[in-house]
Design a protein around this ligand. Sequence first.
Ligand code: ADP
Ligand code: MG
Length: 317
Amino acid sequence: MGTYYAVKVARPPAGLTPEALRAGIERVLGGVIATLSTYDASSELSRLNRNPSTDWVPVSDALRQVLAAGQRLGAVSDGAFDITVGPLVNLWGFGPGAHADAVPAPELIRAARERVGYGKLELRADPAAIRRQRGDLYIDLSALGEGEGADRMAAWLESIGATDYMAAVAGTLRVRGKNAAGRPWGIAIEVPDPEQRSVQRILPVTDGAVSTSGDYRNFFKAGGKRYSHHIDPHTGLPVEQHLASVTVVLPAGTDSARRADGLATTLMVMGAARGPALAEAQGLAAYFILRENQGFRELTTTVFQQIEHSASANERK
Ligand code: ADP
Ligand code: MG
């Protein structure tokens, strides 16, 4: 998926060697890539994207679950999150193909927009299948792939008896238990500036999922403007941002990293004007960093403030 992973296991189960850990993790992530990566032409999703059928097409249950998670986010966000946004992502040069680093012609944007809309597909659970209204829909699950990877790694770590771990794919991770020093895992939130690579804040987390979405790594500049990889499906354009990054924290659960991953991207697409209100209304623990004048301003939801308070109360115990 064009990214990296990191796994730490404290107090590992007896007999777990670093080699076995690496092999197990890479097998798990290989499975995720084979299901949903658009960077792998032989993945199940890439094959589906090449299949022009507008009839029901069988899919694996693993793929159906990620598609369904994407569709739920589409509904919650009124289409700000949209798994059919792929043609626009690729047109703007943020997909697996060529990166032109240039603004596409308006007629190309218009043509790509015609192919976008999460209402243009239907899912069926049993047997797992998808039906698309157009043969040229192109589904992009990149905004959920990191989280799916982190959840699958966590499930495998649980299955081998690990009780204290941190498992991350890029900016999305699952943690459980304590670190090697016996303290909560410290999750660093970066200063949203590619030049700096310094830490804005450290969140102590013992059992949960964390995902940070930002516009400060994957972007290009043209004509003095910056264009980032979060595309507003309603306009066909990258979202213009005062929002530099969003971090979502959820309690641990089987799909918590995937939900945190998708929600963080959703809040980025909704932007500074609408994102914080949605996060508050959904009762999410979310931490926003807004760009302001020369610096940054932080904004947190009520639930985020509550978990911060209880974390610092635990620290004092
Ligand atoms: P980030 O963590 O910065 O959000 P992700 O990889 O999780 O990065 O999500 C960004 C990716 O999501 C983009 O590269 C693109 O493939 C996809 N994407 C962009 N806009 C949308 C959107 N409106 N809805 C769903 N997916 C999107
Ligand atoms: Mg994401």
